[in-house]
Ligand binder design. Structure first.
Ligand SMILES: C[S@@+](CC[C@H](N)C(=O)[O-])C[C@H]1O[C@@H](n2cnc3c(N)ncnc32)[C@H](O)[C@@H]1O
Length: 193
């Protein structure tokens, strides 16, 4: 089944979980991976869907076997395993990442998220951010796209985990137009003594 049709079928089955009627565009994939290179491997992707962002991560130099793909939809997970046989595909809720040691102590250099955070509760978003940052090494960043005007992570959640968000950019070459935010840990003040 082609990618567009597969995405639409998954939306018909679970509209709230999928939260879009078409996969992300190549322009959005380029925007969300703009700050990522092979040096950021391993990389964790959340809500990988049909693999639009995954393909781009491989194209920018992240080896397939350095990718962990988290996807709760069984149809999407099956498709990802078929297209990216060397990647680790975890069919699970991204809110349950806390407590797992996915990268054997090294930590990921980046998290790329296609999760529909705007359709989730603040509690679920908080669990996802906490779990994702527990997998990120120092200096690592979490990239999230949104169809909304601002960062889809509530300010209270950013504050609670000492995080800050900055806009990477917007693209109109996506249905609907989208923006990407980079979320990172706030710098800890340097101690003079
Ligand atoms: C808007 S789609 C984005 C898919 C793909 N990244 C893209 O851009 O085309 C959201 C994806 O997140 C998945 N998803 C939604 N909630 C999830 C959760 N709690 N844990 C893991 N995956 C989830 C959906 O099944 C879907 O594949």
């Amino acid at each position: 089944m082609n990618e567009q049709l597969s995405f639409l079928c998954n939306w018909v089955i679970a509209p709230r979980r999928v939260a879009a009627i078409a996969p992300s565009s190549r322009a959005l994939a380029a925007l969300i991976t703009r700050g990522i290179s092979a040096a950021d491997a391993p990389v964790l992707e959340l809500g990988a869907g049909t693999g639009v962002f995954t393909r781009r991560l491989v194209a920018v130099g992240v080896p397939q076997d350095q990718l962990v793909l988290v996807e709760s939809g069984p149809g999407f997970a099956r498709r990802l395993r078929h297209e990216f046989p060397s990647s680790r595909v975890l069919q699970m809720d991204a809110a349950r990442l806390g407590g797992l040691d996915l990268f054997a102590g090294t930590g990921a250099g980046a998290v790329v998220s296609g999760l529909p955070l705007l359709s989730m509760s603040s509690l679920q978003v908080a669990r996802i951010l906490k779990g994702a940052f527990s997998q990120l090494r120092d200096g690592g960043a979490f990239y999230q796209f949104t169809y909304g005007p601002g960062c889809p992570v509530p300010r209270a959640v950013l504050e609670r985990y000492g995080l800050r968000a900055r806009l990477v950019g917007r693209t109109f070459a996506n249905l609907p137009p989208a923006a990407v935010f980079r979320i990172s840990r706030k710098a800890v003040a340097t101690r003079l003594f």
